[in-house]
Write a protein that binds this ligand. Sequence first.
Ligand code: HEM
Length: 223
Amino acid sequence: MVVTAAEERTSKRFTGEFVDEMRSVAMKLHTKDQAKDGEKETQGKPWRKWEPTIDGYLKFLVDSKLVYDTLDKILDKSDFPEYAEFRNTGLERAGNLAIDLEWFKEQGHIVPEPLSPGINYSIYIEELSKKDPQAFICHFYNTYFAHTAGGRMIGRKVAAKILNGKELEFYKWDGDLPQLLQNVREKLNRVAENWTREEKNHCLEETEKSFEFNGDILHLILA
Ligand code: HEM
């Protein structure tokens, strides 16, 4: 039997661990057109009807790179010991994005400077990371996991529409992605075992902020 990526995720979804709570809160914050567990009403055009442009997509890639660079920098510095757990997970994206941006340059495109969605989010998580590990780890989870789920679907759609189907490095991982994700889920569960219920709730409450910031960056695709 062929197991699809979605089934693979589902089968690992309900282990009763903290990461299941993180996922459940995140799924509800999707709009109904984005995911079947989404509870929010769709505002504006459903994402499948987006009309991306190369310029907009480049803005999205540049701002995404800034955010992934910032996340890596925070984890390297590790103001809190639990951050060190999340270094070198294999999910890192900044290096792959650098290769993609180089490819766009070679194709004659001008790679823009980062814009406010990426800059504001980077400043926000950098400040947060110094004082609020539970909230910061919420952003780490949502940003990295969102990209492996909806982010990949969006990437495929954009590539089909404006890149002749070219698959960017942003959407490729060294190794088995479901396994890399599972390793990080286990680390998240381990770290959260030391949190009080209040700290866990605080982490979950930050999910909405992550959706707002990441949503603004995604919408650059249409800019
Ligand atoms: C999972 C779509 C935006 C965070 C998913 C799934 C879908 C999806 C279909 C379920 C995947 C599966 O079960 O295999 C989308 C679409 C989006 C979008 C179409 C925008 C157009 C976002 C945003 C965030 C986010 C802005 C927050 C930063 C997540 C998370 C998961 C998820 C954390 C769970 C991943 C996992 O458990 O492995 N998304 N999403 N998504 N999404 Fe989104």
